[in-house]
Design a protein around this ligand. Structure first.
Ligand SMILES: [Zn+2]
Ligand SMILES: [Zn+2]
Length: 372
């Protein structure tokens, strides 16, 4: 694969993503709960979801969903800035200082960014949906998702995926909901029936999203619930702590039964930066153990960002491109993950869910076999 970034359509001088960031900065400067605060926030949300860039198009802004007249006026002003740098200057003037939260919005992608990055074709373009065989981070209504398992199963098999890895939370997780050991057993029986009915065209493996406690221990593994093929292990607490959390992640990666390190940094768009850690050390451990690093495609997470993903690729890590879907419309978040993989120039061969069913299930079995 080429070491150059993929050739893609050039970004317009003013992007929806930069306007959305500016709107959020203005929202944060308003009185919390006030009308302007919520209007700017809702307009930013809309802009991040639009498939087309607004710059250079004739669009009645106030007709867009969630865009008030007041927000439309602001967007108009930002579009007239002629560059993303111009937006920063205008924003600084409006706020009378630099956006204090700008680092929390760096290296995220809008839907239009994702479409542009994935539009590049040709040999050097990098990973695309045609390489993708199945999602490896999925929630149902048994934990904190909205889809029932049969509906999720049907949606993925109808999309033409080859396999999937089901990853509801376990009970101990700090996140809402969560399954007990017997609930995972029930899920396994339900999956066996669905997999049988699919007749080999599509297969869903039973996993879990295990929680990594502050000491690096894991709340659920195949050693405790043998019905599980393996787990995605992720952090959900202490995400704002200033302390270094290398030991926590290393211990999790070294736990038998862990196949994937989920949303490694725990960052959230406009909310938190995520943990501090010695990333080269973590990636080295993951590469040695054959544990995949997740490129979480949820637009609020995009975790890892491209530069860290590139570092992990250089360390020889495997990757999982995944949606972390909690609802049907989230299934397309895998495209965001693919866009990050492209920006980080990750070769398809290093991404476990581009592999054939046989190779993928062998890898999953190897992750599991350390503990049973
Ligand atoms: Zn999670
Ligand atoms: Zn999740």
């Amino acid at each position: 694969m080429s070491s150059h970034p993929p050739a893609s359509r050039p970004a317009p001088p003013v992007t929806n993503g930069a306007i959305a960031s500016a709107l959020l900065a203005l929202s944060a400067a308003e009185t919390p709960g006030s009308r302007p605060a919520s209007e700017y926030r809702s307009a930013a949300w809309t802009l991040r979801q639009l498939p087309d860039e607004l710059f250079g198009r004739r669009v009645r802004l106030a007709a867009l969903p969630g865009v008030s007249l007041r927000a439309a006026d602001l967007i108009e002003g930002f579009l007239a800035c002629h560059s993303d740098e111009g937006i920063t200057d205008r924003l600084t003037a409006l706020l009378d200082r630099e956006d204090p939260r700008k680092e929390l919005k760096r290296d995220f992608l809008s839907r239009a960014d994702v479409d542009r990055i994935l539009a590049a074709a040709g040999e050097d373009a990098g990973l695309s949906m045609k390489d993708f065989r199945g999602d490896l981070h999925l929630h149902t209504d048994r934990s904190d998702g909205k889809m029932a398992l049969p509906a999720l199963f049907r949606a993925l098999s109808e999309r033409g995926d080859t396999y999937a890895f089901l990853t509801d939370h376990a009970r101990d997780c700090a996140v809402a909901g969560g399954l007990f050991a017997e609930d995972f057993r029930a899920q396994k029986s339900q999956l066996d029936i669905l997999n049988d009915r699919a007749g080999g065209t599509f297969r869903m493996f039973l996993g879990a999203e295990a929680n990594i406690a502050e000491d690096g221990t894991i709340d659920i593994t195949p050693a405790r619930v043998p019905e599980l093929s393996a787990v995605v292990a992720s952090i959900h607490t202490e995400l704002r702590s200033p302390r270094d959390q290398t030991a926590r992640l290393v211990r999790a990666i070294e736990t038998p039964g862990v196949a994937i390190l989920g949303h490694p940094r725990g960052r959230l768009y406009d909310l938190r930066q995520g943990i501090r850690a010695d990333w080269p050390r973590i990636f080295e451990t993951a590469a040695e153990r054959g544990v995949a690093i997740e490129l979480n495609g949820c637009p609020e997470r995009l975790d890892l960002p491209p530069a860290l993903a590139r570092l992990a690729a250089d360390a020889g890590c495997l990757f999982s491109v995944a949606s972390d879907a909690h609802a049907h419309r989230h299934l397309e978040f895998v495209r965001y993950s693919l866009a990050v993989a492209r920006l980080a120039r990750i070769p398809a061969g290093q991404v476990v869910n581009t592999w054939s069913f046989e190779r993928f299930s062998e890898w999953l079995e190897e992750r599991r076999s350390g503990c049973v």
